[in-house]
Write a protein that binds this ligand. Structure first.
Ligand code: G3I
Length: 321
């Protein structure tokens, strides 16, 4: 019994965790990640990003991404591949720009085609475009938008679909987990891709939340249904719920409720098809390095010990196995 067992019993495709190559030499960590009762899917946290895959133009390095795929194959886990087009973790040769429209389109298409073809048949999901929006729902300025305009998004989806027609293609972002301008912006991206005649299968809600200010289960359910009404599925792709460290007992109790709200929302929406936490242990969470004094965001602590209150709240929110 575990997270994945319960999620599958609730009709979902998987419960999974992000991971990173440097963590895989930690044997107790690796054993936990490889436990398919908890994790039926893994997402590479960095290995498949542009700076890792194509650090210089036309030079593709798949070693780290391949290591994650091999591990998943050995364990019998699905892989959510992350991510093809993102303004961050872009190598300088792309980020610095200076390309005209046609040249940048061809660079982007070449990157997507090469990477998606390399992983053809291995990626259950692809996060095709990541974090293309500002908080007010307008398009974020980045080298792709500034050079190509909003068409870079449907072009990216069409290119990925051509390279691996079986992979489910996702738009992925944060702060789109409840109604508001940014969620509306993401819904507009779904419409844009479809209007262009390209395939989009899903929207990933990253769900980087804060203890005590996580959107309610009802607010998350309503918001997911707004995406589903556009003909796409949704997935929780990067869930973690941070607090001030060290976490108080009261914060952990609230955190357990907050995790249960997101699990409960996904459970209630048939087309919420899967669930990923952004690594499973506080030992390897990205939070403390970005939000000073914050952390303790995951269901296992920094000593790889399960937080029973949080763990059990997640299990019971899925319901019995
Ligand atoms: O690879 C270099 C290494 O050579 C260098 O010595 C070291 C020193 O700082 O940095 C290493 O790069 C780090 C990289 O992770 C790999 O470990 C970067 O500094 C660090 O910034 C980077 O952080 C990642 C972050 O994305 C970057 O934006 C996190 O691990 C990763 O969890 C995080 O994931 C993102 C999702 O992709 C998108 N949504 C938000 C989420 C959290 O930020």
């Amino acid at each position: 019994d575990g997270f994945n067992t319960r999620a599958v019993a609730a009709g979902k495709a998987y419960f999974g965790s992000a991971t990173d190559n440097g963590e895989l030499s930690d044997a107790p960590y690796l054993a936990g990640l490889s436990n398919t009762a908890d994790f039926g899917q893994i997402t590479p946290g960095n290995a498949m990003k542009w700076d890792a895959i194509e650090p210089s133009r036309g030079t593709f390095t798949y070693t780290n991404g391949d290591a994650i795929v091999s591990l998943a194959e050995k364990n019998g886990q699905k892989v959510r591949c992350h991510t093809l087009v993102w303004y961050s973790q872009l190598p300088n040769w792309v980020k610095s720009g200076g390309f005209d429209n046609a040249t940048l389109i061809s660079i982007m298409k070449n990157h997507i085609t090469n990477e998606v073809t390399h992983y053809k048949g291995k990626c259950f999901h692809w996060d095709v475009v990541n974090e293309a929006l500002n908080e007010d729902g307008t398009y974020r300025s980045n080298v792709f938008y500034d050079t190509i305009g909003p068409a870079y998004i449907p072009i990216a989806f069409a290119t990925a679909a051509a390279a691996d027609p079986a992979a489910k293609l996702f738009y992925n972002d944060y702060n789109i987990e409840s109604a508001g301008a940014k969620s509306t912006g993401a819904q507009n991206i779904v419409k844009l891709v479809k209007q262009y005649g390209a395939k989009i299968d899903g929207v990933g809600m990253q769900a980087h939340f804060i203890v005590g200010s996580t959107p309610s289960q009802a607010a998350q359910t309503t918001n997911m249904n707004a995406f589903v009404a556009l003909g796409v599925e949704v997935a929780i792709t990067e869930l973690d719920i941070r607090t001030t460290t060290p976490a108080t007992a009261a914060a952990v109790t609230q955190q357990a409720k907050d995790y249960a709200a997101t699990v409960g929302a996904c459970k209630a929406v048939t087309k919420c098809t899967g669930f990923t936490i952004w690594d499973y242990t506080d030992k390897y969470s990205w939070i403390p390095s970005v939000f000073s004094g914050q952390g303790a965001a995951l269901p296992w602590d920094a000593n790889l010990k399960k937080k029973d209150e949080v763990y059990n709240a997640i299990l019971s929110a899925w319901g019995p196995a």
